[in-house]
Design a protein around this ligand. Structure first.
Ligand SMILES: Nc1ncnc2c1ncn2[C@@H]1O[C@H](COP(=O)(O)OP(=O)(O)OP(=O)(O)O)[C@@H](O)[C@H]1O
Length: 379
């Protein structure tokens, strides 16, 4: 129950009624075998984007089957299947059943075009509607796949079936990066999932308490974990991870109960792991920028240093030189910094320079610079 991949049942999804309704509304045509809207979902980590997408497609699949409409769903993590061929192959494999279709989807040896052809055949053979969930869609290296999938029906690739896409991203500006054709066909409906508040996090944690035996978790633990997870942004993943680590640490120590002290240790363990995971997903230049900011903060003599973009940039240039890579332009650097801020790895504040002198942005790290540098090194 405390594994992140565990799919909770509908009645345990907390605080997402509106989002689930919106998704259901956008996809409802699939229940009658018609083409659903393509949907993009944005939101910070741990706001339930993957959970709600999987839940709603499963719900749709079951409602559709009552109408004798066959809905097939494929969930693809684009971080693991980041090229066009890998992603198409993964979708085709997940929807196929060779014993039923006679179509094989080998792991190598086919051209990208052939993988597409087999995917269309699988869809036509097995389903009325295919729903493809592309998680971390911004990690796909080539827009072509989005164009092909979103226009498969229009382009006459599918004869007896149709296709809908749910794209999920942490990058709020993801759509700006797409070319106009993809943008217009993919982004029919956009939804932003807000962070959870401490009450919702508490309810989410309570609904997972079956993971522990009765009386093992001390009373103060759940509110404390919820408060820790709500502090940066209301991240259910973080909350569940801290609770799991607290249980593991209590177990390692042979303790009878999970206490506040275990939560403190669990929080440190979670921060280290989360940072390393989050940073590992960032482009190389974002890592250099983070290191630059961490070095600047370490070097600063004030208690709570706030570093302007220009200072980060000058250290970043030195790091690029050491790394043998060309620095990006300042404009792109600003974009990467604001992405890091959206992900709650850094904090940005606009500050006035004094009357008539305009404003500039200053930066802080959410975590300790040593932790950030260690995480950058470990990935
Ligand atoms: N409303 C909720 N009720 C119960 N559990 C939830 C809820 N929202 C999220 N969770 C749980 O929190 C964890 C993270 O959720 P999920 O993977 O859906 O987040 P996400 O927004 O897709 O995050 P990321 O962008 O990091 O992939 C999962 O274990 C999920 O089951």
């Amino acid at each position: 129950m405390l594994r992140i991949s565990h799919l909770v049942e509908g009645d345990r999804i907390i605080g997402r009624e509106e989002e689930l309704n919106n998704l259901a509304q956008a996809l409802k045509d699939a229940v009658h075998g018609q083409t659903p809207n393509h949907v993009l979902i944005y939101g910070k980590t741990g706001t339930g984007k993957s959970l709600c997408s999987k839940y709603i497609t499963e719900d749709l699949r079951m409602s559709a089957s009552e109408n004798d409409v066959m809905v097939g769903a494929a969930y693809i993590d684009c971080l693991q299947h980041g090229t066009e061929t890998q992603a198409i192959r993964a979708i085709a494999r997940s929807l196929n059943d060779e014993s039923e279709t006679g179509i094989s989807i080998p792991s190598t040896g086919l051209s990208t075009g052939e993988y597409y052809r087999r995917l269309w055949n699988v869809l036509d053979a097995r389903y009325d509607v295919g729903i493809v969930i592309l998680d971390e869609i911004d990690k796909i290296d080539n827009d072509n796949i989005l164009l092909q999938l979103s226009r498969a029906v229009e382009a006459g690739k599918l004869e007896d079936s149709t296709l809908g896409i749910i794209g999920i991203s942490n990058k709020i500006r993801y759509k700006d990066e797409l070319n106009e054709r993809v943008k217009s066909s993919l982004g029919e409906q956009d939804f932003v999932f807000p962070p959870y508040d401490a009450n919702q996090l508490r309810a989410i944690l309570k609904s997972r308490m079956d993971a522990f035996q009765d009386g093992v978790v001390e009373e103060a633990v759940i509110p404390r974990v919820a408060a820790l997870a709500a502090k940066e942004h209301g991240d259910a993943r973080k909350a569940i991870d801290i609770l799991r680590y607290a249980g593991e640490i209590a177990d390692e120590e042979g303790a009878e109960t999970v206490t506040d002290e275990h939560v403190t240790k669990a929080h440190t363990r979670e921060e280290k792991n989360r940072l390393a995971e989050l940073i590992s997903k960032q482009p190389p230049h974002s890592k250099l920028l983070l290191q630059a900011l961490a070095f600047q903060i370490q070097r600063a003599e004030t208690e709570e240093p706030a570093i302007p973009t220009s200072d980060i940039y000058s250290t970043y240039e030195v790091l690029c030189q050491q790394d043998g890579t060309d620095p990006l332009r300042i404009r792109r650097v600003r974009e990467l910094l604001s992405e890091l801020s959206f992900l709650s790895i850094i904090e940005q504040t606009r500050k006035g320079r004094g009357q008539g002198k305009g404003a500039h942005t200053i930066h802080e790290l959410v975590d300790e610079p040593e932790l950030v540098l260690e995480a950058c090194k470990s990935v």
